[in-house]
Design a protein around this ligand. Structure first.
Ligand code: ADP
Length: 185
């Protein structure tokens, strides 16, 4: 049985940055559904074609598509030692789909990244200057933050009830935040 650690938090909270560092350190796979979808867009697959407009507008890609993509990814050899899920689950249906494969994968912890609205907007717009991401725009950021509050934030309660949540303050030095998270592994 492999362990999963879920990184949950709003866009711009630093989940991707921290997940990449920790995954390397702990020999966990780093699974970013956002990165996977962007790869589908750039390689021109059917899924990428469906996802492109939704990504640009800051909306979610349909659950069924993301769930299938994620489950297939979890079956890869590099997930045997464990995986960090960065950007999944983002809806209740996605969370329930993970519970269904609990015979193979155990959710060890859910790390919730906490940051205030202004900080998030500032970071994403700053990142947009160099990221080349077509969704790092003011319009899309506002949609992404709304979608987070409506669809994803309720998962904090879902996992709190299962006693899995650890909240960390995601505003501060990258190295300090890294140390906080690293201590949870
Ligand atoms: P951020 O956390 O900064 O919004 P991500 O790279 O995690 O960036 O996600 C970018 C976009 O990819 C989302 O706005 C959404 O359109 C899509 N996406 C990523 N993960 C999921 C998911 N689990 N379910 C649905 N859509 C997703």
């Amino acid at each position: 049985m492999s362990n999963l650690v879920i990184f949950l938090g709003p866009p711009g909270a630093g989940k991707g940055t921290q997940a990449a560092k920790i995954a390397k350190e702990k020999n966990f796979a780093h699974i970013s559904t956002g990165d996977m979808l962007r790869e589908h867009v750039s390689s021109g697959t059917e899924l990428g074609y469906t996802a492109k407009t939704l990504l640009d507008e800051g909306k979610l890609v349909p659950d069924s598509l993301v769930i299938e993509m994620l489950i297939e990814r979890l079956n890869s050899e590099d997930c045997k030692n464990g995986a960090i899920l960065d950007g999944f689950p983002r809806t209740l249906a996605q969370a329930e789909s993970l519970d269904k494969i609990s015979n193979q994968f155990k959710i060890a912890k859910v790390i919730v990244f906490d940051a205030n609205h202004e900080e998030l907007v500032k970071r994403i717009l700053h990142r947009g200057e160099t990221s080349g991401r077509s969704d790092d725009t003011e319009e899309s950021v506002n949609v992404r933050l709304e979608v987070y509050e409506k669809d994803t934030a309720p998962l904090i309660e879902y996992y709190t009830k299962k006693n899995l949540v650890v909240k960390i303050n995601a505003v501060g030095e990258v190295d300090n935040i890294y140390n906080l998270i690293s201590g949870e592994f």
